[in-house]
Design a protein around this ligand. Structure first.
Ligand SMILES: Nc1ncnc2c1ncn2[C@@H]1O[C@H](COP(=O)(O)OP(=O)(O)O)[C@@H](O)[C@H]1O
Ligand SMILES: [Mg+2]
Length: 165
């Protein structure tokens, strides 16, 4: 099985949350995940699933104005970024981006394109696009950890769509 890239067809909000939960478990508490896709594609919904797998039961809002929302949960630390309103990647330095990326944590980054020059290479790059009423999720492993996550994800998800690569 080629684990560098894998696609999943995810239909409906509940399935998206479940996918996020599987991703959260596959991360084992340490991962940097880029979430790429237009407004309304489900980046925050997927993030909610990841957070749920770490024990967060409440709502999740994109931290559009604060850029990052930290969640200190019993099962681990999760940083949820939304860089949609980031004017200049340099602003990430003022935000103390290094600290966020040095601690053992799961880092979910919506709109990583906006911070391209500053952000480190992620373990997984996830792109989300529309597929009928659902979403096609394409996961691209960028490092060994991302590959291991895809292997684990494959075990967790019941019906992965056919591998496109
Ligand atoms: N896999 C999916 N299939 C169908 N609808 C989805 C899916 N994932 C999310 N949605 C819906 O898409 C809408 C936008 O989701 P959201 O997570 O806020 O997107 P984003 O953070 O990418 O802007 C929500 O109404 C959500 O219920
Ligand atoms: Mg969002």
């Amino acid at each position: 099985m080629d684990v560098t890239q894998q696609s999943f067809l995810v239909e409906g909000e509940a399935a998206m949350v479940a996918f996020g939960q599987a991703l959260g478990r596959a991360s084992e508490g340490e991962a940097t995940i880029f979430l790429i896709g237009n407004l309304g594609m489900g980046k925050t919904t997927l993030s909610r699933g990841v957070l749920r797998s770490f024990g967060h039961a409440g709502a999740v809002k994109s931290p559009t104005y604060t850029l990052v929302e930290p969640y200190e949960l019993d099962a681990g630390l999760v940083y949820h970024f939304d860089l949609y309103r980031l004017g200049d990647p340099e602003e990430l330095e003022y935000l103390g981006i290094r600290d966020y990326f040095s601690a053992p944590a799961v880092r979910l980054v919506e709109w990583p394109e906006r911070g391209a020059a500053i952000l480190p290479t992620p373990d997984l790059k996830i792109t989300i696009e529309k597929a009928g009423e659902g979403r096609l999720i394409n996961c691209h492993a960028m490092q060994a950890r991302g590959m291991a996550m895809l292997e684990a994800l494959h075990r967790y998800t019941e019906q992965p769509a056919e591998n496109e690569s």
